[in-house]
Design a protein around this ligand. Structure first.
Ligand code: NAD
Ligand code: IPM
Ligand code: MN
Length: 352
């Protein structure tokens, strides 16, 4: 019987609501498939842990997670604790230590949802975001200048190997879909890193998937193009920060940030991968039981696929879609379902 161990960190805010929801759905899908043993290792890490211990997670947390088959995370971040403490104390170290250099962010207009764009009734694209380097580097600091001024410096770091490997992943994905790849760039304004990004992406795509048509689009124009012509892109490869921004934009085009999943992948599988929604801890709605669990449930389906559990992964995704088709929707999508009633409906659909 195949056995899997999942480290689960609900974290802060609505993470505490949507993670238990996704767990219920995964348990139902796995039970329905029979013959699979899946064990959750519950980790009470996050801002409460920080207030108790001065750390977001224990010193040996990364070491203990190394033996997991996958990690599921809700979100971290809480008003009153600086984001650099919460995010750099938990999320960013997980992505980096486990070399999860691909952040896969599919965007689809799901049944029952409405795009804020007029006349759009179909949307299906994937953002491949570089997840461990680029604009998110720890190099820099604050420096006092003679004369009393202070400057903050943040270095961006793009390695050839780091750029090539994410471009390779995106090129293969593009080849398996429509055969087109859009690369988000800013080589007209960011003089050292972005021309290098363009060069390495172009070389890598030509080597990996010569039939894929590559289009490099300046990030500012791409943001506008996504709104005006959302079907012009199918797979988008982007640096860490550009991919971050584009993914909230694309999620909004698909009706709500509450439906956008993500997989922080270590494609070589030498380390566990991380499955987490695109959205954050949403302190503005936390504790009310109204958060949309779709992003978390879909992320869990991506996790099951990654583990090779294709049937439960599909059953979970299909049940989620069927629930939405039937008009069961949370408030962000204009419905009146709660996190719990939506989840009840998905579980019932799986068990049908
Ligand atoms: P957010 O994504 O938490 O919320 C943005 C808006 O979207 C809010 O109005 C929120 O109510 C809404 N929203 C988000 N998820 C929703 C859901 N599932 N259902 C319904 N509505 C939803 O972004 P923010 O408010 O900028 O950030 C809040 C905190 O989360 C910050 O501390 C931030 O750093 C952190 N954050 C963490 C992660 C993570 O841990 N992966 C990701 C993003 C942001
Ligand atoms: C995301 C989040 C994180 C990121 C933050 C919270 C550090 O916005 O996963 O999209 O920028 O990667
Ligand atoms: Mn983000």
């Amino acid at each position: 019987e195949p056995r899997f161990t999942i480290d689960v960190i609900a974290g802060d805010g609505i993470g505490q609501e949507v993670v238990p929801a996704a767990r219920r759905c995964v348990d139902a899908a796995v039970a329905a498939a029979a013959g699979i043993s899946l064990t959750w290792r519950e980790r009470d890490w996050g801002s409460d842990h920080y207030r108790r211990t001065g750390r977001m997670m224990p010193v040996d947390a990364l070491e203990t997670m190394a033996s997991a088959d996958a990690i599921m995370l809700g979100a971290v971040g809480e008003p009153g604790i600086p984001d650099d403490v919460t995010l750099w104390g938990l999320l960013i170290p997980i992505r980096r230590t486990f070399d999860q250099y691909v952040n896969l962010r599919p965007v689809r207009l799901l049944p029952g949802t409405t795009s804020p764009l007029r006349g759009i009734d179909e949307l299906d694209l994937v953002i491949v975001r570089e997840n461990v380097e680029g604009e998110y580097s720890s190099i820099g600091g604050r420096f006092d200048r003679p004369g009393g001024d202070t400057v903050a410096v943040q270095e961006s770091l793009f390695s050839r190997s780091g750029t090539a490997r994410v471009a390779r992943y995106a090129a293969r994905l593009a080849a398996s879909r429509r055969g087109t790849l859009v690369s988000a760039t800013k080589s007209n304004g960011i003089i050292h890193t972005m021309p290098f990004w363009d060069e390495v992406v172009a070389e890598t795509v030509a080597e990996t998937a010569p039939d894929v048509r590559l289009r490099s689009v300046l990030i500012d124009a791409l943001a506008a193009e996504l709104v005006l012509h959302p079907h012009a892109s199918d797979v988008i490869v982007a640096s860490n920060l550009f991919g971050d921004i584009l993914s909230d934009l694309a999620a909004a085009l698909a009706g709500s940030i509450g439906v956008a999943p993500s997989a922080s992948l270590n494609p070589e599988r030498t380390h566990p991968s991380l499955f987490e929604p695109v959205h954050g801890s949403a302190p503005d709605i936390a504790g009310r039981g109204v958060a949309n669990p779709v992003a978390q449930i879909w992320s869990a389906s991506l996790m099951l696929s990654h583990l090779g559990l294709d049937a439960p992964a599909a059953a979970l995704y299909d049940a989620m879609v069927a629930t939405m088709s039937a008009g069961t929707l949370t408030g962000d999508l204009g419905g009146d379902a709660t996190t719990e009633s939506f989840t009840d409906a998905v579980v019932a659909e799986i068990e049908r």
